[in-house]
Design a protein around this ligand. Structure first.
Ligand code: GDP
Ligand code: MG
Length: 378
């Protein structure tokens, strides 16, 4: 689907457009460009200014763009005005709905699917209201599965009904939640999952390892056929086989409404036997530090610390001194964890990393899985 990314950049907030473009591509959108506007503050009516929006409208028409993703979060009144300018056939979403689409692609369990749908409903509830209140646009088909033909009160009732139905189904699931990790062990699946921020190089690593590898025999991971592979590594003691899962990344600055969906989806992944935590060491030290703070918070709260190997990635882009500094920084945050400096692009030290993975897997014994603590603030 032909897609453009739009962003209103302000001095108060870091730019998210590259991250958004990367997430969109990761779930198959054809991103043909990023349209950014610098402003002192976000435009109160349409996020980017009206002139910029007209430009975007022209681009959308000229290039037959079908989807427009805002890197900013959009309130209901903004989405309404933007949709009105761009036209009813264009699918307009914001960063938060894109994040939910990404989660949805990675979710393995009914629970995660329900959490994601619940977050989507809660998030778009006010959007639909705005459309209906404005009248005249009733029946308009907007991309987020909006109000359809409902008059206002019916819409509100229907939405609330769907939300409480989902909440009930979830409550039902909690009471008989079984353990993915134990089940996989019982079936003989060892799992290595990739974690870390978007754009740290997880997919590059995944693709390098999964070239010509099998997508069959994935067992419980069959639903993740685009993001799971069976990998076999030879070492002195013979062959060792595991399933490599390319996970959702950590994402900065998430709306509280979507945090539960994030926690559940991430929770599935970190029930792996080994986590490879990717850190992009080509970034400046203050960015690395900021991301380490959040990564550590997530990892501490989820009890996967002892199963984590740090992959300091993109070493091909920096000199020895910079790598030294980055490694010192990482050690400060994760003093007890092994760090391997790799390049997913060039393949540097990938073999070393794989040996470490294989020897660590050799020691894995099915252990009792402990429930993840909820993450309040990432
Ligand atoms: N120079 C360099 N670039 C890399 C390396 N690994 C990944 N990249 C680049 O970093 C960007 C993000 O990589 P990607 O694998 O999509 O990251 P993900 O979001 O964590 O899956 C892409 O443009 C990659 O080409 C590396 O080892 N060296
Ligand atoms: Mg990726």
């Amino acid at each position: 689907m032909k897609t453009i990314i739009v962003e209103c950049r302000t001095p108060q907030a870091p730019s998210r457009s590259d991250e958004v473009a990367s997430m969109a591509k990761s779930i198959g959108y054809e991103v043909i460009g990023i349209e950014a506007q610098n402003r002192r503050t976000v435009h109160g009516g349409t996020c980017v200014g009206p002139g910029k929006l007209e430009e975007i409208k022209k681009l959308v028409d000229d290039k037959s763009v079908q989807k427009v993703i805002f890197a900013n979060a959009l309130s209901s009144s903004k989405i309404f005005r933007i949709q009105k300018v761009l036209g009813r056939d264009i699918n307009v979403i914001d960063r938060n709905l894109l994040i939910l689409e990404v989660f949805d692609k990675r979710a393995m369990t009914t629970e995660a699917k329900l959490q994601i749908e619940l977050a989507r409903l809660k998030y778009t509830f006010s959007w639909g209201r705005e459309f209906i209140k404005a009248g005249g646009l009733q029946g308009q088909q907007v991309g987020w599965g909006g109000p359809g033909e409902y008059p206002y009160f019916d819409y509100e009732r229907e939405y609330r009904k769907r939300i409480s139905h989902l909440e009930l189904q979830l409550r039902d699931l909690y009471t008989r939640k079984d353990n993915l990790r134990e089940r996989r062990h019982a079936q003989g699946f060892l799992v290595v999952a990739l974690a870390g921020y978007t754009q740290s190089g997880k997919t590059t690593f995944f693709n390098r390892l999964s070239r010509e590898k099998k997508t069959i025999g994935l067992g419980p991971f069959t639903t993740l056929s685009t993001s799971a592979r069976r990998i076999t590594v030879q070492d002195d003691s013979g062959n060792k086989s595991f399933i490599l899962v390319d996970s959702i990344g950590f994402i900065e600055d998430m709306d509280p409404i979507i945090l539960d969906a994030f926690n559940t989806t991430l929770g599935e992944i970190i029930q792996a036997d080994i986590i490879l935590l990717f850190i992009d060491v080509s970034e400046d030290l203050s960015t690395i530090r900021r991301k380490l703070v959040t990564s550590r918070k997530i990892i501490m709260q989820t009890d996967i610390m002892h199963r984590t190997i740090i992959c300091a990635n993109k070493v091909d882009t920096i000199n020895e001194e910079a790598l030294d500094n980055a490694e010192k920084e990482i050690e400060g945050f994760f003093p007890a964890l092994p760090i391997v400096a790799i390049s997913a692009s060039t393949g540097k030290e990938i073999d070393k990393l794989l040996s470490l993975v294989v020897s660590t897997l050799g020691n894995v014994t099915p252990s009792k899985y402990r429930t993840m603590m909820p993450l309040n603030n990432t």
